[in-house]
Design a protein around this ligand. Structure first.
Ligand code: HEM
Length: 448
């Protein structure tokens, strides 16, 4: 047994897999953790009804960002909440967001236009702004854009600071202890930020509750957006104000960093491998022959088969959520004979599942969109690629994420070419809840 997961030790984890095998027991501070990057074991864990709950250390870290919402709930509480929120992620609701996805991406394109010819730039903050503005409107309604806290950036900055706190606290478990955190002044800062976000979310919910719904303009899709859904659930007594507020905030948390990072990572890889960027551009020229300002529809996205391969390959090598922390709620027998007792923390190492050479071949660390040719997908273990998790507790927003990120990438790549002097072999990671590069590549933006 040996130390586990101190900030930024993904390289060390690879060495442990080589030395101790692809499933082994390790430590997170004082907590024993079964760690795996083996798709057969991942399959056993993710299909078991006894491994649906998150581990306590992950739940406590999540609670620091918004409270005990769907991502942190356990057992029957989680089952009930998932059923309550499911309608907000159906196809009709998703399709109703297409104009919003297009409009917010157009704003991003205008911004990127001002960076053309300006030398190498940080682009992640622009993508964070884009995904946050999109996520907050799809979750809380388009009026939210007029809220002073959204306009002046305080809401986004507060989310960012809370996530930073959660990232540190998920590894340095002593920060989750209220007494220690209070003595060090951490808890006071946390409470101030949480109170601010709670007041913001409650004010939006209150406003919705006061507004009479206009039945003539209401559609099934608009009735089911998160804000309208939680308001209905409050009215019917199925959800408390506190839970409604918490869900609104958590959906935004789940959506914005992951989506921004997906766009950023994909562009990073395409800037480093320009031959693939040119292939993606050729495909985009064929689908959008009339130029760069075209609206992107759901049908258009289905035609972008090369872009689909590129995004999948980007999420394989650079999975936005690199680690899934679980906890067994009963003894769990794996198909390899190992018995995991009840109450054990299990860490599914998505980053290394996606780079496991037994399943991805000797070139597993290389960027190659052909990994997602239909024939290669068919022949691969179904749990060797799990960027959105699989099974009952998969990502609720995966279709949303696929659509919004592809619309953004399609428009960016149709309008611009991006280049970087940063090299693929120099990428290394910080061990955060959402994957983060230790050193962030800068980009030059060129007009197509
Ligand atoms: C590329 C972007 C995204 C990736 C890679 C991603 C990945 C994931 C993963 C791996 C999980 C499982 C976490 C765990 O159980 O430990 C998850 C859960 C979740 N995601 Fe996403 N996500 C993305 C975008 C989104 C978006 C855009 C939304 C909402 C609009 C969303 C909403 C959620 C929710 C609500 C859960 C919790 C589901 C539950 O516990 O039942 N995600 N996501």
């Amino acid at each position: 047994m040996h130390p586990f997961l101190s900030s930024g030790n993904t390289d060390q984890r690879v060495k442990y897999y080589q030395k101790y095998g692809t499933t082994h027991l390790s430590w997170l501070g004082p907590v024993p953790v079964l760690q795996t990057c083996e798709p057969n074991v991942v399959h056993d864990i993710l299909t078991s009804p006894h491994c649906l709950d998150k581990s306590h250390f992950a739940i406590n870290a999540l609670k620091l960002t918004a409270g005990p919402g769907i991502m942190a709930l356990r057992g029957s509480h989680w089952v009930k909440r998932r059923k309550q929120l499911n309608p907000s992620f159906r196809n009709n609701v998703l399709m109703s967001f297409l104009p919003l996805f297009n409009e917010e991406t157009n704003n991003l394109i205008s911004l990127l236009d001002t960076l053309v010819g300006q030398g190498e730039q940080k682009l992640l903050p622009e993508f964070i702004n884009w995904s946050f503005t999109t996520a907050i409107q799809s979750t809380m309604g388009s009026d939210v854009k007029e809220n002073p806290g959204i306009k002046n950036g305080t809401v986004l900055q507060t989310f960012h600071n809370l996530l930073e706190d959660a990232n540190i606290s998920v590894i340095h478990l002593w920060r989750q202890n209220r007494i220690i955190a209070t003595l060090l002044g951490i808890q006071q800062r946390r409470s101030k930020m949480l109170n601010y976000l709670n007041a913001f979310a409650l004010s939006i919910i209150e406003e919705k509750l006061q507004t009479k719904s206009n039945e003539s303009t209401e559609t099934l899709a608009s009735r089911n957006t998160i804000i309208n859904r939680v308001v209905e659930l409050i009215k019917s007594g199925e959800l408390s104000y506190a839970d409604a507020r918490c869900e609104c905030l958590l959906i935004v948390v789940a959506a914005f960093e992951t989506s921004a990072v997906t766009v950023f990572n994909t562009l990073t890889l395409l800037a480093m491998f320009p031959e693939y960027q040119d292939t993606a551009f050729e495909e985009l020229k064929n689908v959008f022959p009339n130029g760069a300002d075209s609206e992107v529809s759901h049908d258009d996205i289905q035609k972008l088969v090369f872009l689909d391969r590129v995004v999948n390959e980007s999420m394989r090598l650079l999975p936005p959520v690199p680690l899934l922390p679980r906890e067994t709620s009963a003894d769990l027998q794996l198909s390899n004979g190992i018995l995991i007792p009840k109450g054990v923390t299990v860490a599914i190492d998505i980053l290394n599942v996606h780079r496991n050479k037994n399943f991805w071949g000797p070139e597993a660390d290389t960027f190659n969109p052909d990994n997602f040719l239909p024939k290669n997908i068919r022949e691969r273990h179904p749990y060797a690629f799990i960027p959105f998790n699989k099974g009952k507790r998969n990502c609720l927003g995966w279709k949303y994420a696929e659509l919004s990120t592809k619309i953004a990438l399609a428009k960016i790549l149709r309008n611009f070419r991006v280049s970087t002097s940063f090299r693929y072999e120099d990428i290394s990671f910080l061990e955060n809840i959402v994957l983060e590069f230790r050193e962030k590549p800068l980009f030059q933006v060129h007009r197509r």
